[in-house]
Design a protein around this ligand. Structure first.
Ligand code: HEC
Length: 275
């Protein structure tokens, strides 16, 4: 079983939904129109052309009740275990395409936004038809590649979502955390297993604010062999975003510990009552 599964991954272009429905490239070509999509690459300052399927068309048929339209996030699965989450509304309001090859006779690669390296994009690459003068298109944090599947993703447990009573720093930290960290890390299981849990195991508490600030900004500056990507280098208000992400993590870690202690002592009370 496992061997079949692995060889399938290595040799066929296939995309899964909810880890259940699997569509090969020929299934996709049979069922959906191939669009020629033009995107502007800011690294090379040139246009690239891709053959791609409309994500909206695919999602509408995979989820017949159209429940994807109300999903807070759509999680993207990739060959590397990197699992970014993209807000569901973006798929609803903008034009996204699942690219499977370039239509300009180039290999299926591109120069990536931040690191300026050629990346292999297959099996699939998520691209967006956007006004390239618009800032949103510059960031490209919702352009994952090496895609193998998609999954609807609910919000995290409410104890991890800031409320109106929390400061705006914490709320903004949460937004940045979701955007920049959950592709590789999780909080109490929400997010990706790829590079580890940060909250429920107390990991975040083992580092000082100073260390976290330096590490998140430039991981290699404090840990030579770190495999973590630096926080996006060209993003606006970078320092504040990193600081607020740390504030958010401190806030939920404390909340998590308090809740955990409370529920623990409650059960201890119950046990004592029964004695
Ligand atoms: C592309 C994947 C990736 C992303 C995105 C990512 N990390 Fe990491 N992170 C890693 C890896 C890999 C490690 C393991 C240790 C190492 O290589 O430095 C790690 C380790 C850590 C550690 C432990 C540090 C240590 O010294 O052991 C913390 C804390 C952390 N990450 C926080 C974050 C925060 C906060 C974000 C979001 C701003 C984030 N990470 C985004 C991959 C990632």
């Amino acid at each position: 079983m496992l061997i079949l599964f692995n060889s399938g991954l290595a040799f066929s272009k296939e995309v899964s939904f909810e880890n259940k429905v699997k569509l090969s490239l020929s299934d996709l070509k049979k069922n959906y129109k191939v669009h020629k999509v033009e995107v502007y690459n800011f690294s090379t300052r040139s246009f690239e052309f891709y053959n791609a399927f409309s994500m909206k068309e695919i999602l509408n048929t995979i989820y017949p009740d159209k429940k994807w339209r109300n999903s807070p996030y759509i999680k993207v699965l990739t060959t590397t275990g990197y699992e970014p989450m993209i807000e569901g509304y973006k798929f609803k309001e903008r034009k996204s395409y699942l690219a499977f090859e370039r239509s300009d006779k180039r290999p299926f690669t591109t120069m990536s936004g931040y690191r300026d390296v050629v990346s292999n994009l297959g099996p699939f690459y998520l691209i967006w038809k956007e006004d390239y003068k618009d800032k949103a298109a510059i960031r490209r944090d919702h352009w994952p590649f090496m895609i193998t599947g998609f999954r609807l993703q609910d919000n995290p447990d409410s104890k991890f979502i800031p409320t109106n009573a929390d400061s705006s720093n914490i709320s903004w930290g949460y937004k940045n955390f979701i955007k920049q960290c959950v592709a590789c890390h999780s909080i109490d299981g929400f997010g990706s297993e790829k590079d580890g849990e940060l909250i429920s195991n107390g990991k975040i508490d083992s580092f000082s604010d100073e260390y976290l600030m330096k590490f998140i900004s430039d991981p290699k500056s404090v840990k030579k062999n770190s495999k973590m990507d630096p926080f996006p280098l060209k993003i606006d208000l970078r320092k504040k975003r990193i600081g607020d992400t740390i504030k958010y993590l401190r806030h939920v870690s404390l909340k998590y510990k308090n809740n955990y202690r409370k529920s623990k002592s409650k059960s201890l009370d119950k046990i004592m009552d029964g004695l």
